[in-house]
Design a protein around this ligand. Structure first.
Ligand code: ADP
Ligand code: AMP
Length: 237
């Protein structure tokens, strides 16, 4: 799968701490704009569920809340970027998380004649993250994200998207693991904020707002980027 080069297609990163709302917003963009979500967390959980050698290697690290090695996630992304070519652009969700991963992504996209258009940073207070992560529930069938308090599973226990009735909590959504994941975020991932700022690609969004308002702010950022990209293409034509 390769990111699209169509005029309107944007390839974007959703950057933010665990529980910031990256997956929630990515699913909106998939639905509203036909983009493709590439979540390394989802890929790693799928590898675990399948019992593959990679899945077995990463299980303990993930449960603890540490990052798995750059090599493993870069390989997963490389594999996914070398298949079909969808029309709507790609959302990198939870990748890159380290500077070597960011460099590898840039190199991979360059090899494919593509580029990264925007890095959207979802800004959320640490206290809110604890609440979000500890209340997170996910539909086992389609991955729709719910929250015990702010977006409970509807009465009748059926997923609003796929009608599934099996809901799961993540093994790493506990206080100990969240502490480690937050530490990893500030130590290893937050330098990417400066990295993308320096490249002129960083667009901060208030992730403390309600889901719909965050979605609106992200949509505005993407529309502005698309307009700027179109103008740039006209200039170089
Ligand atoms: P991430 O992918 O960044 O780890 P998720 O999208 O899974 O985060 O969201 C974590 C939890 O927070 C979920 O339970 C989700 O329903 C909830 N959530 C996401 N965005 C918001 C928001 N803007 N306001 C309140 N809760 C939110
Ligand atoms: P997420 O679903 O994005 O919250 O990721 C869950 C876990 O998967 C993380 O805590 C890490 O252990 C691992 N993981 C996901 N993406 C990456 C990445 N890009 N680099 C390293 N580890 C990752």
């Amino acid at each position: 799968m390769t990111p699209a080069r169509a005029t309107s297609a944007l390839n974007i990163i959703l950057l933010g701490p665990p529980g910031a709302g990256k997956g929630t917003q990515a699913r909106r963009l998939v639905e509203d704009r036909g983009m493709v979500q590439l979540s390394t967390g989802d890929m790693l959980r799928a590898a675990r569920a399948s019992g593959s050698p990679v899945g077995r290697r990463v299980a303990e690290v993930m449960d603890r809340g540490d990052l798995v090695t750059d090599e493993i996630v870069i390989d997963l992304i490389r594999e996914r970027l070398s298949g079909d070519r969808p029309g709507g652009g790609v959302i990198f969700d939870g990748f890159p998380r380290t500077l070597p991963q960011a460099d590898a992504l840039e190199a991979l996209l360059r090899e494919l004649g593509l580029r990264l258009d925007v890095a959207v940073e979802l800004r959320v207070d640490d206290e809110a993250l604890v609440d979000r992560v500890s209340g997170r529930v996910t539909c086992a069938a389609c991955g729709e994200v719910y929250h015990d308090r702010t977006r409970p599973v509807p009465d009748g226990g059926r997923c609003v998207v796929c009608g599934g009735t099996n809901f799961v909590r993540r093994a790493d959504d506990n206080a100990d693991s969240l502490r480690t994941r937050l530490f990893a975020y500030y130590k290893q991932t937050s330098p990417l904020i400066g990295y993308y700022h320096a490249k002129g690609l960083l667009r901060p969004v208030d992730g403390m707002a309600a889901v719909d308002d965050v979605a609106q702010a992200v949509a505005t950022v993407l529309d502005e980027s698309r307009t700027a990209l179109a103008a740039e293409r006209r200039e170089t034509a």
